[in-house]
Design a protein around this ligand. Structure first.
Ligand code: TRP
Length: 333
């Protein structure tokens, strides 16, 4: 039997190169080896109170972009979280055994409280319980997530084990963080520091749906400096970032060519950026054209989303039936 992989995708809209070369490429590689459930976490996003229009638009964008980037809806189960309301029922049961103290101690919760002191709602507090429900609903044992989610996975194991102990069963398995390749590719932003990320602003991100013109404009405006003045001098962060991006989208020859120019103080950043932009346009072309193909294809998207909901519901209904039985919830008559 194939092991089950579960991963939630934040429904914050458009995907950028960081998502593509990070989580997404992992997902695509896992599809054949594992029984994969990928879902758009629209219920989780309610903690920040999106408008109805924004909510449905971003869910659609994310579905389109994951499909365009290579998630196969036949082999994997790709679904919208709210299409499978069983997760809310499991969330309710698990909430009965999730304690205030441990929820308050979660780092992600504390960070959000600090960032938005006016919106400390109970959904935010119990976010890890909903996440545990996502995973346990399908008996997921492998969860491809980044470092920032490891504490949530530990809480998932705590809630599952606690349920097992309380009812004296061996029902939920432990879910572990999982990365297909141990080399995580670093995708820096264009703003001179840190990772490519929405929180660093649109100018730092190249989105999969950006047109070639937009990509060129963003890359040409990327932060650089006045250029090297000494042979073989170490690269400052902003320049290293551009080389790191080139490593991902360009050929080894191109990269070596510009490394040489840099080391000989002969690099012209205009040419360097132009090449980087063209290679980025080329690397993202297949995904972009697929996004354009399916973004207005209601028939196709409807088919995919329905199939996903069907497959996920089947697994979810079985779990809920068993959980109710374990808890002792049964029809009186
Ligand atoms: N919390 C995850 C994130 O912010 C998203 C998520 C929700 C998730 N439910 C999940 C990830 C279940 C893995 C499994 O990225």
């Amino acid at each position: 039997m194939k092991e089950t992989v579960v991963s939630g995708i934040r429904s914050t809209g458009k995907l950028h190169l960081g998502n593509y070369y990070g989580a997404l490429s992992n997902f695509v590689k896992m599809q054949d080896a594992y029984n994969c459930f990928f879902f758009i976490a629209d219920l989780h996003s309610l903690t920040t109170h999106p408008t109805p229009g924004d909510l449905s638009r971003t869910v659609r964008e994310v579905v389109v972009e994951y499909l365009a980037a290579g998630i196969n809806p036949e082999t994997s189960t790709i679904y919208v979280q709210s299409d499978v309301p069983e997760v809310a029922e499991l969330y309710l049961y698990l909430n009965m055994n999730a304690y205030l103290g441990e929820l308050e101690r979660a780092t992600a919760f504390k960070d959000k409280v600090r960032a938005n002191p006016d919106n400390v709602n109970a959904g935010l507090l119990t976010y890890p319980v909903l996440m545990a429900s996502d995973i346990l609903l399908h008996h997921g044992t492998k969860v491809p997530v980044g470092k920032d989610q490891e504490q949530h996975l530990e809480m998932t194991r705590t809630f599952g084990n606690r349920f097992n102990r309380l009812y004296n069963v061996d029902y939920f398995q432990e879910a572990m963080a999982f990365s297909y390749s141990d080399k995580l590719v670093k995708i820096p932003g264009l703003d001179g520091n840190g990772k490519m990320g929405k929180s660093n602003g649109d100018a730092s991100c190249v989105y999969l749906s950006d047109t070639p013109e937009v990509i060129r404009k963003k890359v040409m405006r990327a932060v650089s400096d006045a250029g090297p003045t000494e042979m073989n001098q170490p690269k400052p962060e902003a320049i290293q970032n551009l080389f790191d991006l080139m490593k991902v989208v360009s050929t080894a020859d191109t990269l070596a060519h510009f490394e040489d120019l840099y080391n000989n103080c002969a690099i012209r950043y205009g040419d360097f950026k132009k090449q980087l932009a063209e290679d980025m346009v080329l690397a993202t072309e297949p995904v972009r054209s697929r996004i354009n193909d399916i973004t207005n294809d209601d028939e196709y998207l409807k088919k995919v989303v329905r199939l996903g909901a069907e497959k996920a519901s089947e697994s979810a209904r079985k779990t809920i039936r068993e959980v109710r039985e374990i808890i002792g919830i049964k029809k009186l008559f």
